[in-house]
Ligand binder design. Structure first.
Ligand code: UN1
Length: 503
């Protein structure tokens, strides 16, 4: 088993290193009295050292075969499998996710590493015909260099692996900065890779805050790719910074104001279950959580009542208790944002059906527990609560008349991440797919629950239009064209010759 005690250090060039005296506390959001560890507050010195180590290691790593590189992922999986339950418990304690969801996070991480291990043996380029019979043309992939991966707390295991695995398999080296809320799980990932025999410098870890160490990494001149998953606000700063540097490429996965569209003909129970999962799993703190339930008029009242009734029964409590459905929010700042938007909903004319908020009784006092907030509102383009991401169990039920109305309401939002449509009518389902702006779409399913071999990313304010997960290969490798002449003379596709005197 990999050590359960967090080291709290950075991992640079194959060594665990302590950073000065400054450190930050990592506490359990369900019980803030529980200290999980103390972690280094890194800054630009550490960012420089980590990028230099990654740059150094790149020249050797890129020359290793793709298949050999990927074998480290298989070794990683074998190690994780030995610790699976204990790792899930650490995830749950560190970010407050229910244990079942923490187990799912580990499984998703394992699947990611397995996928990239297998994919290494599949074609990595293309062979194309040339117009000239003596020529062969190829599309060949080359690694980009140093990749910075800045990851969120809500999937502290799976998301770093979404970004790290394709980067490594394609021959890049990585500097990984986990969220400051989940440094212990970030450290674990690196410990497993160290044990799996990854050469020094290929994967480096820096702990700390975004402004202090994230920014020096993003703006570092020797970084080739920045992969970020987090808020739209930080993502747009990263996009701006990367745009200033001609060589830097960035992929940002940001927020959402995701919606389910539930039509009158939908399977009622299925739609209800999907809505409960979409709105309240991970306490509404997924970039694909649904904060808008757009429901057709014929079933609106019945659906709202059933949803409210089910939401009232949600078991909120200790995430390590198997019977808990909703754990705490991750931080006091998360609670305050949730409460701010709940208040705003009332000001913007919402009819409140369930007035959730911070829970302060008994055991709840120890953590950042909240109960669901549910309201009914006519669509109103001016209402901020219908457009801005809350990242909590804050749910609007919005009535609609017909297909045109549903797709208009859905699209009237700056974000474009996940959608779900519940209907039995294939024409409606197809129209939703074609008319709505989204990156991840579901039919008769919740808005959450992506699988690792699919692209995952949002449009508009939700992303850079370059999806993550399986599709990330295009972000971490250059696709170069390569044409070889097997003839003894030059034949040009467009008919030019080297004849200098004319005919
Ligand atoms: C996220 O919310 O940031 O689709 C990622 C899902 C997960 C990933 C969510 N597999 O719900």
């Amino acid at each position: 088993m990999v050590t359960t005690l967090a080291k709290g250090m950075n991992y640079i060039g194959g060594r665990w290193v302590v950073v000065g005296t400054d450190s930050f506390e990592d506490r359990n959001p369900a019980n803030t009295g529980e200290l999980i560890g103390m972690f280094s507050c890194s800054g630009s010195r550490e960012a420089d050292a980590a990028v230099a180590a990654a740059k150094d290691a790149f020249q050797t790593w890129r020359q290793e075969s793709r298949i050999r590189r990927a074998e480290h992922l298989d070794a990683f999986v074998q190690l994780v499998k030995k610790d699976q339950e204990e790792l899930a418990r650490l995830i749950s304690r560190e970010c407050g996710k229910c244990i079942a969801e923490a187990r799912a996070d580990v499984v998703e991480g394992i699947h990611t590493a397995q996928y990239w291990f297998g994919r290494a043996r599949t074609p990595s380029g293309e062979v194309l015909a040339s117009e000239i019979p003596e020529k062969d043309s190829y599309v060949h992939r080359k690694p980009k260099g140093v990749v910075v991966a800045i990851t969120p707390w809500n999937f502290p295991f799976a998301i770093p692996l979404w970004l790290i695995c394709p980067s490594l398999v394609e021959g890049n080296t990585v500097v990984f900065k986990p969220a400051e809320e989940t440094p212990a799980v970030g450290e674990r990932i690196v410990q497993y890779f160290e044990k799996a025999g990854l050469p020094p410098g290929v994967l480096n870890l820096v702990q700390g805050y975004g402004e202090e160490v994230g920014w020096p990494l993003v703006t570092h001149p020797d970084v080739d790719v920045v992969l970020f998953t987090g808020s739209a606000q930080v993502g747009s700063m990263i996009k701006e910074a990367c745009a200033k540097d001609y060589r830097k490429f960035c992929v940002c996965e940001m927020g959402g104001k995701n919606a389910m569209m539930i039509f009158d003909d939908a399977d009622f129970e299925l739609a209800l279950n999907a809505a409960i999962i979409s709105a309240f799993r991970t306490t509404g703190q997924r970039c694909v959580s649904a904060e808008r339930l757009i429901v057709q008029e014929g079933i609106f009242e019945r659906f709202t009542e059933a949803f409210e009734k089910r939401a009232r029964r949600i078991r909120i409590g200790d995430p390590l208790d198997e019977s808990t459905f909703m754990g705490p929010m991750v931080s006091q700042a998360g609670v305050e944002k949730f409460e701010h938007y709940n208040k705003l909903a009332a000001e913007e004319g919402a009819k409140i059906r369930l007035s959730g908020g911070k829970l302060t009784d008994g055991e709840y006092r120890k953590g950042y527990f909240v109960s669901p907030f549910i309201y009914v509102m006519q669509h109103n383009p001016k209402a901020r609560v219908l457009r801005e991401e809350v990242f909590g169990p804050h749910v609007a039920l919005i009535p609609f008349k017909d297909l045109d109305d549903a797709t208009r309401i859905y699209n009237d939002c700056e974000y474009g991440f996940a959608l779900s449509v519940c209907s039995r009518d294939y024409r409606v389902i197809r129209a939703v797919r074609e008319r709505c702006e989204f990156g991840v779409g579901y039919v008769n399913l919740p808005t959450i629950g992506a699988e690792v071999h699919l692209p995952f990313g949002g449009l508009k304010k939700s992303g850079t239009g370059m999806p993550s997960a399986a599709a990330l290969v295009d972000a971490v490798s250059h696709r170069v064209s390569w044409t070889v002449n097997h003839g003894t003379e030059i034949k040009m596709a467009q008919g030019l010759t080297a004849e200098v005197e004319g005919k």
